[in-house]
Design a protein around this ligand. Structure first.
Ligand code: FPP
Length: 245
C-alpha cells in the first residue's frame, strides 16, 4: 500500500505562534554603563531593539506586540532622564510613522496621558489616528502606565456607570475586564522580560493571569531577532492549560 501523504498548508503550521507578545524592556541603563556611557545612550539603542522586534513580529505573523516603555514609578527618575526618554519617544514616533504605514502597523499608546506634554500627546494622537485601520500588527506602547492604575480606573468606570444607572455599584470580573485600558486587546500569551530581573513590576497585573513568562539575562539593547526567536521557541514548547487538566 502506498503511504498517505498529507500536505499541511503553511497557515496551519503557525499554531504555536503567540497572538500577543508583551515585553518588559529592561537593562538599557546597565548596557550603557558597561560602555562607559550615559543611560540615555542605552535607551536610544533600546529603540532600535523595538524596531527590530516589530519587524520580526510582522514576519512571524504575531498580531499584537506591546512594550512597557515607561511606568508610573519611572516618573521618579532624574528629570534629565525623563526628558530624554520623552524626547526619544517623540523622535521615534515622527521617524517611524511612514514605516508603520508602509508595513500595515497600527500604532497605539496606552497609559495615563495626563502627565505627558501637549506636544507628545498631539504626536501620539496623530499617529494613532493615521494608523488606526492598519491590520498586520498592533504595536502598543505602555507609557505612564501601571497595572494598579489600570485596575483602579476600570473599577471606577464601572462604579460610575452603575451609580448613574441607579444600580448597586458592585463590580464583576467581566465588567472590570471590559473597562481596562486594554479591553479590546487579547491578554498577552507571552511576556518577555530582559536583563535577568524576574518580576512583573506593576505591569499588566490583571491581563497576565495566564500569560507564559520568559526571562532572559540579555539586556534590552541586545535583544534582537535571534533572541526573540529563542523566546518564541521556548513558548512553543509550553503546555497551556488555563487552570484545567
Ligand atoms: C528599562 O531599562 C527601560 C526603560 C525604563 C525605558 C525603555 C524605553 C525605551 C527603550 C524607549 C522606547 C521608545 C519607543 C518609541 C517604544 P532601565 O533604564 O531600567 O535599565 P537598568 O535596569 O539597566 O537601569
Amino acid at each position: 500500500m502506498r503511504p498517505i501523504c498529507i500536505i499541511v498548508p503553511m497557515t496551519e503550521v503557525k499554531i504555536s505562534v503567540p497572538e500577543h507578545v508583551t515585553v518588559i524592556m529592561d537593562g538599557n541603563g546597565r548596557w550603557a554603563k558597561l560602555r562607559g556611557q550615559e543611560r540615555l545612550y542605552g535607551h536610544k539603542e533600546g529603540v532600535e531593539s523595538v524596531r527590530a522586534c516589530t519587524e520580526f513580529a510582522v514576519e512571524k505573523g504575531i498580531k499584537y506586540l506591546s512594550v512597557f516603555a515607561f511606568s508610573e514609578e519611572n516618573w521618579d527618575r532624574p528629570v534629565e532622564e525623563i526628558e530624554g526618554l520623552m524626547q526619544l519617544m517623540l523622535m521615534a514616533i515622527t521617524k517611524e510613522t511612514p514605516l508603520f504605514q508602509k508595513n500595515g502597523i497600527r500604532f497605539r499608546v496606552i497609559g495615563d496621558f495626563s502627565r505627558l506634554s501637549d506636544k507628545l500627546r498631539g504626536e501620539i494622537d496623530d499617529c494613532m489616528k493615521l494608523t488606526e485601520d492598519n491590520t498586520n500588527l498592533q504595536l502598543i506602547i505602555f507609557l505612564s502606565y501601571s497595572g494598579k492604575w489600570d485596575i483602579v480606573q476600570a473599577a471606577n468606570k464601572v462604579v460610575e456607570k452603575k451609580l448613574q444607572a441607579g444600580e448597586i455599584p458592585q463590580v464583576t470580573a467581566q465588567e472590570l475586564h471590559a473597562n481596562l485600558s486594554t479591553a479590546d486587546i487579547p491578554d498577552p500569551d507571552l511576556l518577555i522580560r530582559t536583563s535577568g530581573e524576574q518580576r512583573i513590576s506593576n505591569y499588566m497585573l490583571w491581563q497576565t493571569a495566564y500569560t507564559e513568562y520568559y526571562f532572559t539575562e540579555v539586556l534590552w539593547p541586545d535583544f534582537r531577532k535571534t533572541e526573540f526567536q529563542k523566546a518564541l521557541d521556548a513558548y512553543a514548547k509550553r503546555e497551556r492549560r488555563f487552570g484545567k487538566v
